[in-house]
Ligand binder design. Structure first.
Ligand SMILES: [Zn+2]
Ligand SMILES: [Zn+2]
Length: 342
């Protein structure tokens, strides 16, 4: 488990408040509090747990505020380590909560669906990906439950500013990690809140759900979004404040490393798929992960498969691989480019 860093005063009314994510290797999420005339504005809220709530309330006290003074919160993306406390925050303060419209849509879809129905759909997808029975049984025994946070009551789209006098905070839409992920740019201070889009050491997870979707291209979007934030003014001298790990300044180096990491994996996958048609599970099990595949269980294996699926989708869009096999068990193979004999 990561050690929780201290609450920090970053100057001119900006504070960093690490909020623990109990029983999770990520350790904590940074909530950033910005002073503004109508009360503090938060970036993210943290995980829905009593310890996390207490850390947030205590952190705000250090900034000289009580939680009921919070006027609003911008949520970088819908994941529970960022959005989990929105309901409690709103109850305590009546704060506005905003998110990008695409993540609002994802939340609405997740909330509308019955949890059993959701689990059944994941099991079907795992079967089509070629997961063996023991993995599917393990998921059935303990399906990943998602507890949707309180829905936002406002949307923040690309390029928009929040309507708070004295705070020039602009939304930069960076889809990939989630469809509506937002980075937030404070141009006056050359600061960028990077959420989970860019982290200094971990490569953010980019998955595709449903696993065998033939729509969208989350990894392609993610790679474009990496390039895009590098085009912000003075990106080479920007201070980046991520949601996890530590602050960093080498944004352009980091986005290049993240892009290269994925390009290497894409190339590797094409070479593996040149050996013959392969199911999603087979390909995922042959790749390197942070932990050896054999030591991984569901849901980690399901997350890994969703990451592989996102890569397959990008390769499909680039015309380098294609699906064959049956609809019940699709297989992917590299498109052969051997020149025809004359
Ligand atoms: Zn996330
Ligand atoms: Zn996160």
């Amino acid at each position: 488990m990561r050690e929780i860093p201290p609450i920090e005063d970053l100057g001119e009314g900006l504070w960093s408040i690490p909020v623990p994510v109990p029983h999770n290797p990520i350790g904590f999420t940074y909530v950033y509090a910005l002073s503004a005339p109508g009360g503090p504005v938060l970036i993210d809220t943290g995980w829905n747990h009593d310890d996390s709530w207490e850390a947030l309330v205590a952190g705000l006290a250090r900034t000289g505020h009580t939680v009921d003074q919070v006027q609003g919160a911008i949520i970088t993306h819908f994941h529970a380590d960022h959005s989990g406390l929105t309901g409690r925050l709103r109850e305590a303060s009546d704060a506005w909560i905003v998110m990008h419209p695409h993540d609002i849509d994802v939340l609405a879809r997740l909330t509308a669906r019955d949890p059993d129905e959701r689990a059944a759909s994941v099991i079907e997808q795992m079967a089509r990906a070629g997961f063996p029975t023991e993995d599917i049984d393990a998921f059935r025994a303990s399906p990943l439950l998602f507890h949707p946070p309180a829905p936002p009551n406002g949307a923040l789209a690309d390029g928009e500013r929040i309507d708070v006098p004295g705070l020039d905070l602009r939304a930069v839409w960076t889809p990939g990690h989630t469809p509506g992920h937002l980075c937030l740019h404070l141009p006056d201070r050359n600061l960028l809140f990077t959420g989970d889009h860019v982290l200094p050491r971990i490569t953010p997870h980019v998955g595709q759900f449903p696993l065998d979707s033939t729509e969208g291209d989350p990894l392609g979007d993610f790679l474009t979004s990496q390039t895009r934030i590098g085009h912000l003014p003075e990106a080479d001298r920007m201070l980046c404040l991520p949601s996890h790990e530590t602050r960093f300044t080498d944004l352009l180096t980091r986005t290049r490393q993240i892009r290269e990491h994925h390009e290497e994996r894409l190339t590797l996958m094409v070479s593996l798929l040149a050996e013959g048609p392969t199911t999603l599970w087979e390909l995922t099990s042959r790749l390197e992960w942070r932990r050896p595949w054999e030591a991984m269980r569901v849901p980690a294996r399901h997350m890994a498969a969703s990451e592989t699926a996102a890569h397959l989708r990008t390769l499909e869009k680039r015309g380098l691989i294609k699906r064959n096999g049956s609809l019940d068990l699709p297989r992917w193979a590299a498109v052969t480019t051997n020149p025809r004999p004359e």
